[in-house]
Structure formats: C-alpha cells, structure tokens
Ligand binder design. Structure first.
Ligand code: PBG
Length: 326
C-alpha cells in the first residue's frame, strides 16, 4: 500500500454526497419488523411503564395502530399475546379464539399485505411463567414440543405467514414443521429464535408480557451469554430441522454472534433488538443525554454491518418515519 500523501482516506469523506456514494451499508424500511403486544379484553391501550411509547392493545383498539404501520410501509409485525387466564398447560396458547389467533385474523382483515409473524412460546400463557411445561420443578423439553406444535398450527390456521418459536426447546423446529405440513400449511414459514441468550435485556419485555418466571430463571434452556460456537450449533441444528430463517437475540451485545452467523450460513438472518436495548436509548434520550434519532440509527446500522438482513425493533415505527423524511 502506498503511503501518505498519495493515500488520503479523508478525500471520500469530504461531502455528504460523496460519503453516500461510498457507503457500505444501509438500513431500509423493508428490513424492519415491529413487535406488538395484544391483551385480552376491551378498550385497552396502556403504555408499558418501562418502554415509553410502546403500548399493550386489546384487539378492538388495534386498528389505528395497524393502519399506521401499513402506511409507514413497515413490512411485518411480530405478535405477542397476553391472555387473562394462565395455567400449567398454557391452554390459552393454542385456542382457536385465543388472544393472538384473534389478533392475526384482525390484522389480516385490516392490512392483508402486512406480514404477520407470531411468537410461538408458552411463557406468557403458563401460570409459572416458564417457556415450557414444568415437571417436578424442571422445564420438560419433550412434553413441551407437542404444545408448541399445536400453538404454531393454531397461528397458521388464523392466517400467520411466519411462526417464530422463541422457547429454546430442543427439537421444536422439526416438531413444528411436521405439524404444519400435516395440516397442509406447507407455505407457513418458520423464523427460529435460534441463538437466543439468557439475557437481562429482556427485563422490560417481561413487564410488558407479564412473563417473569415465578421460580428460577431461563438458564436451563436459553443460551449462556459467554458462548459463541454453541450459537453456530443452534443455528445449524435449526436449519437442519427446517427453519427458513434464523435469528440472533439480543442484538447489540451480540453483534459478534450475528457476524459469525452471517459468515457461516446463507440463510436469511434476523436480529432482535430487544426491549432493554429500546429502553436504554429511550431513557437516555428522555434525560437529554443522547440524541434519540442518531443513537437509534447508529445502532440500526451496526446491526446491519454485523450482517443481519432483518431487524426486529420497538423503534421500527420511528425508524420508518425518519427514513421517509430523509
Ligand atoms: C418469549 C420471548 C421473550 C422475548 C421474546 N420472546 C422473553 C423471554 O424469553 O423472557 C424478549 C423480547 C424482548 O425483550 O424484547 N419467550
């Protein structure tokens, strides 16, 4: 490489148009997925205390929100359901008239082109708040699988385009794929939360979804944060079991995992910028300590630069607005 003064890397940073010409990564509205929390009942639109700007909606209050998302041209929503009744068998998770199943039908009525992704997990539906069935104080992998499959099928029946298992049970992608195919849902895709870490950054979500485990924690099923190679095994396994898309979650503290996954696999890769990532920036912005737009956009581009194709973010509506106005 020739030396200075022949080489001056600053030449291509001189103006915004030159910078844009040589820019290596971009955030597009098409990359975005917006999560939504749906509660049972009527007339509910309540802000989540730890997530300013994010609301829980009952189905009857959902339409304006869906219309706004569609108008912003955000391609997809990710639905979470919060039932009134929770029990050991998570019965509300796979009911035809369950909270998420009804919401899926409603979204498809209002905005048929909007991609509906559903979170497939039991933690919002179990009385103990764990992501699976509990036997003798332990989360029972193999007894959980058929319930996850039933849940996924009920979402597909309601019209979900993509089901997204987030429970971290072994074998769930295969079990769900088989169940979907048996019921004729060959075209329902699976986005697997493949490398999902046991993260403290889910804190605000658990407030929002009322899914704090009543005993213990999730470390016997979610991944141990120090592990990178194991994340590749999880992803490889999910692809072998039939995942169409894979995910790394959280995003910001796991950018190395996203990069490694991108280098190793050619499947579409999603990154979930989780509730705690949203709340940190929101809180700092509210205090005037950070510029919210710049902090969010820098985070978004970091996730893209790490190699993600799809970004699930609670900031998606704001990002879409900023992208439209630039
Ligand atoms: C359900 C689930 C969780 C999140 C997505 N799906 C919570 C958890 O595993 O405790 C977290 C999302 C977020 O923090 O934004 N298992």
């Amino acid at each position: 490489m020739a030396n200075f003064p022949q080489i001056r890397l600053r030449r291509l940073r001189r103006t915004e148009t030159i910078r844009a010409l040589v820019r290596e990564n971009h955030v597009n509205i098409n990359d975005l997925v917006y999560p939504l929390f749906i509660v049972e009942g009527k007339g509910v639109k309540e802000e989540i205390a730890s997530m300013p700007g994010i609301f829980r909606y009952s189905a009857d209050r959902l339409s304006p929100e869906i219309e706004e998302i569609a108008e912003l041209k955000i391609p997809a929503v990710l639905l979470f359901g919060i039932p009134q009744k929770k029990d050991e068998a998570a019965s509300e998770a796979y009911k035809t008239e369950g909270v998420v199943q009804q919401a899926v039908r409603l979204v498809k009525d209002i905005a048929p082109q909007l991609i509906v992704i559903t979170d497939v997990c039991l933690c919002e539906y179990t009385s103990h708040g764990h992501c699976g069935v509990v036997t003798a104080g332990r989360v029972d992998n193999d007894r959980t699988l058929p319930l996850l499959a039933k849940t996924a099928v009920s979402h597909a029946e309601a019209g979900a385009d993509i089901v997204a298992p987030s429970d971290m049970m072994d074998g769930r992608v295969q079990t769900i794929r088989q169940a979907l195919d048996e019921k004729g849902f060959q075209d329902t895709a699976i986005l697997s939360y493949s490398a999902k870490y046991a993260s403290t950054f889910y804190g605000p979500f658990r407030d929002a979804a009322e899914s704090v485990p009543q005993f213990g924690d999730r470390r016997s099923y979610q991944m141990d944060p120090p592990n990178l190679r194991e994340a590749m095994l999880e992803i490889e396994q999910d692809i072998a079991e039939g995942a169409d898309m894979v995910m790394v979650k959280p995003a910001l503290a796991y950018l190395d995992v996203i990069r490694q996954a991108r280098n190793t696999f050619d499947y579409p890769l999603a990154a979930y910028s989780v509730s705690g990532e949203y709340s940190m920036i929101k809180a700092a912005a509210q205090k005037g300590w950070l510029d919210e737009k710049q902090a969010v956009m820098e985070t978004m581009i970091a996730i893209k630069r790490a190699g993600a194709d799809i970004i699930i973010s609670y900031h998606a509506k704001q990002v879409a607005r900023w992208l439209h106005s630039d």
